[in-house]
Design a protein around this ligand. Sequence first.
Ligand code: SIN
Length: 500
Amino acid sequence: MKHDFIVIGSGLAGLTSALVLKEYGEVLLITKKELTDSASMLAQGGIAAVVDRNDTFASHIKDTLVAGAYHNKKRAVETLIKKSPQAIGWLIKQGVVFDKKDGEFSLTLEGGHSRRRILHSTDFSGRSIELALINKVKKVKNIEIWQDTSLLELLVRKNSCSGIQIIKHKKVANCYARAVILATGGIGQLYQWTTNPQVATADGLAVGIRADLGVCDLEFIQFHPTALKHNEAPLFLLSEALRGEGAYLIKIKDHPPAGGSKIKNYEVGDRFMHKVDRRAELAPRDIVARAIYEEQKKGNQVFLDIRHKGETFIKKRFPNLYREVKRRGYDMTKDCVPVTPAAHYSCGGVMTDLYGRTKIKNLFIFGETAYTGVQGANRLASNSLLEAAVFPLRLPEVIHEVKAGDYFDCELSDYKENIKTGNLREDIKKLMWKSAGIVRNHKTMQEAYEKLSEWNSELEKTREINCDFSEVKNMALVGKYILKLALNRKKSLGAHFVES
Ligand code: SIN
């Protein structure tokens, strides 16, 4: 099987790559489940960009650097932000519709932004963007789509990538191409509590580590402050745009109170974020997530309260959130909604330059899987969809460098239907939550690193493979690396917070 290009992943970075590369040859677009299974699809708030005449690149750049604790690569941030208007223009050309008011973009606010600059499509922005692009890729003749296809390995020889090994229909196969584009998303499923979809098992990172591509900043795992505290996996996200539009965070001691599980009234003074940070509920995510964690540690429960905005506003601005939260038992116009932080985004990844190029020829990486340096130690809200669009759109500038590879035969792993992993998937998730979570300490991280190294070595000994086993193996490997980098960083910075 030979194609010009193989793109792995159907989030925004993968779809953008496929739509760009269709101009240069035949594209095979691979995704692990269905095209709609991605973290991009679940993004709610929107996409940050400088589109308002009163906004400036300098202001968006500064906000990104401040949220990232100045650990970002400045040149990467400048590229991201300065290319944001073009990326928005391209998305609109693909059929994405952003909300407008009086002919102008209706911009929302989120934590860490000094002004309204987030374009959105009601309150399920990721879904609108994804559906428009999926509609597009399905119509393109030279994009072939394979769903239910798992990535196993990169085929690399003499510092050049010429394809990938996959599992499709319970068979292992090699697929060859002139270039491979990895856009497999993030790592949320390594954690017990996450907003990420089931497919986010760090597969791209794992193949990158095995191919010795170099990883960076994996210790900076972002925890979204407000996932709906509920018995489901993944946890349902309560967009930061709710706080941007005025929702409060409140704490209640010893909830649930006798006689009911819903909070309808609370005493003035139960807001707590203004005591932690002058930006209150709109401080960057690492600060808000830690503040909620501290309240929970004291035995308080934390709730999101938007009731004061009124029923008409809530139902008009957040129609999908209103419906989804109601389905889970809370009426946002009448109830406060219980929240908890959850693993949301990996600020680090496999090292790339600002064109997605890696140290291996013919291999590009985009989106959450990549480390470009834009996110720093804590990503600014709604900069992730922007990164996922901006960098693949730069492919035309470098695609001429891709030469037909050396299509060598690579031995196929043996597929085996049942490979026992016991409770390992759940054990990894619990261990990561406990050791590489919102607040960390050296001893717990060291013990977890040793445990994950042991599990990783055991899993590496098995020669057979299937989709489940491959995911668990990837989770153990990447978990080990997250802890390794977290142990190396002795001082707290951004999303990496170590107890003193
Ligand atoms: C949100 O809507 O709060 C999530 C968007 C993001 O992760 O930036």
